[in-house]
Design a protein around this ligand. Structure first.
Ligand code: SIN
Length: 531
């Protein structure tokens, strides 16, 4: 059995930021199921929303965030994230990250991007590869840090809790079982502070802007361990994912619309003009629903994002990654509109936490996309999530150092070794791939941008069957990364459906045709717990 002062699962902006801070105070393991850089963060194009200009203010950023959140945000959390953001950004700059700058009246200043729902330009960016640059910067720091082990190709299986060891009245997280992909061995790791930073669950949908790792592992593990899960019905669909048979999950950043890109239907009409006063920069839920309606009305496969008004020089300098990727696929964005469709992008709900990442299970913290702090709630303002990752990771570390773990009756109890139900290898991989595909298709068809009670009930019934089958697999065969991901995906899909069924109104990202209005009484969170 291994033991660390802090264990972090996930290696995106939140996990790495936390690890770098915690390593100054004790031993840290960062566990990641692929390579260190395989994270949602590395795919983030837009940037980090943060107040840095004299023309902007904390009040305006707070107001825009609350407005996007459709009445559900926790205002104190919003204020904390917004006002502490600039200090956290300075830390990234001190690590050597260079955000884009521009010349203004003879002096250099940050070049701020604009995205949907923001009343001001406030998005710090590095061209259109902000997340990748942040990831590289943090990994470089991690490499230099003492006290941290980066454990790659290791996947967390389940949390170990005092409750499962018979201390139900004083439940807390005690550690985690981890599968080493290469050997198939499962290791027991003990810690008093376990931090989930596993990102979101985009892979639960057929079409997503997320990388393959986004299988909802953190939410599924926390759920099985008894933590409270909040607001999983609020899945954000990004309006503009590239529509091309050879492009998997390629995002066309909202910043393209921020620089003048206009959405057009198959007839060339700029349809957002009749949908919202902010047109193409309306909040994402509104843009995604408008595109969905256009596609359903016309029977077309996609709509088009037109930025041919801007010069090729500007587009190449501001969006080099998007420009080159489109060009490789035969689309010259300077000359022709880009075909786009909405795709699952961000999980606004997650493991319920406060602004310090504290969950309802003592000893367990959740930071970044996997946690639900109250910043986004019913809808996320674009580019607020990298900021949240930085601020909450910092606060989680401060909180842990302030509140040392209490002495606990299970502290001296030996943690049980992992027991495999059976040692056979999975005989028919086709079953795993079939179930994986079935979940993703049914979530897309029945639990997508526009929902109905009937479709949600259908999805619920199908998912129960699939979960039963997956449970059998789990107990009868040797576990593998594929099987663990499938099990987590099914759990998270069921949590999304259960949450969506229990919200009998439409609000923010959750739109149900049978309950199209927001409820009159005060807005509430959807809270689910196994206990
Ligand atoms: C984008 O670049 O459009 C994505 C930004 C975000 O989701 O915050």
């Amino acid at each position: 059995m291994k033991q660390y002062d802090f264990v972090v699962i996930g290696s995106g902006i939140a996990g790495l930021t936390f690890a770098l801070k915690a390593a100054k105070h004790g031993s840290v393991a960062v566990i990641t199921k692929r390579k260190g850089a395989d994270s949602n963060t590395a795919w983030a194009q837009g940037g980090v929303a943060c107040v840095t200009s004299d023309e902007d203010s904390f009040e305006l950023h707070v107001r825009d965030t609350l407005e996007a959140g459709a009445g559900l945000c926790d205002e104190a959390t919003v204020r904390t994230v917004v006002t502490e953001g600039p200090e956290r950004i300075q830390e990234l700059i001190a690590f050597g990250l260079r955000f884009d700058e521009r010349n203004k009246s003879g002096h250099r200043e940050l070049d701020l991007g604009r995205e949907g729902g923001h009343s001001k330009r406030r998005v710090l960016h590095v061209q259109d590869v902000t997340g990748l640059e942040i990831e590289k910067t943090l990994l470089r720091e991690l490499d230099r840090a003492a006290n941290v082990e980066l454990l790659e190709n290791q996947m967390a299986v389940d949390l170990i809790t005092a409750g499962k060891l018979g201390f139900a009245a004083e439940d807390r997280c005690l550690g985690v079982y981890v599968l080493e992909e290469k050997t198939g061995a499962v290791e027991t790791i003990r810690t008093d502070r376990l931090v989930l930073a596993t990102g979101g669950c985009g892979k639960v949908y057929l079409y997503t802007t997320n990388p393959d790792i986004a299988t909802g592992d953190g939410v599924a593990m926390a759920w099985r361990a008894g933590a409270v899960i909040a607001n999983m019905e609020f899945i954000q669909f990004h309006p503009t994912c590239l529509f091309h048979p050879n492009a998997k999950s390629f995002l066309i950043s909202e910043a393209v619309r921020g620089e003048g890109g206009v959405l057009r239907n198959e007839r060339g009409e700029a349809f957002m003009a009749r949908n919202h006063p902010q047109r193409d920069l309306a909040p994402r839920d509104i843009v995604a629903r408008a595109i969905d309606a256009e596609i359903k009305r016309s029977g077309a496969h996609c709509v088009f994002l037109d930025i041919t008004d801007r010069s090729p020089e500007f587009l190449r300098a501001r969006f080099p990654h998007i420009y080159e990727t489109c060009l490789r696929l035969g689309i010259d964005m300077a000359k022709q509109p880009i075909p786009v469709v909405p795709a699952a992008h961000y999980q606004c709900g997650g493991i319920k936490t406060d602004v310090n990442g504290t969950t309802t299970l003592p000893g367990l913290f959740a930071i970044g996309e996997v946690g639900c702090t109250g910043l986004h709630r019913a809808n996320r303002l674009a580019s607020n999530s990298l900021l949240e990752g930085l601020v909450v990771a910092h606060r989680a570390c401060v909180t842990m150092l302030r509140d040392q773990p209490p002495t606990h009756p299970a502290r001296d109890v030996a943690l049980p070794e992992w027991k495999s139900g059976d040692v056979q290898n999975v005989d028919e991989l086709v079953v795993i791939y079939h179930n994986w595909g079935e979940i993703r298709r049914l979530m897309w068809d029945y639990v997508g941008i526009v929902r109905t009670d009937k479709r949600l009930q259908r999805a619920s019934a199908r998912l129960r069957n699939l979960q039963r089958e997956i449970r059998e697999f789990y107990w009868n065969f040797k576990i593998t990364v594929d099987l663990l991901e499938l099990r987590n995906l099914a759990t998270v899909a069921a949590l999304i459906v259960d949450s969506a069924l229990s919200r009998t109104e439409s609000r923010g990202l959750h739109f149900n045709m049978e309950h199209p209005e927001s409820a009159k009484e005060s807005p509430h969170d959807t809270l689910l717990s196994r206990n």
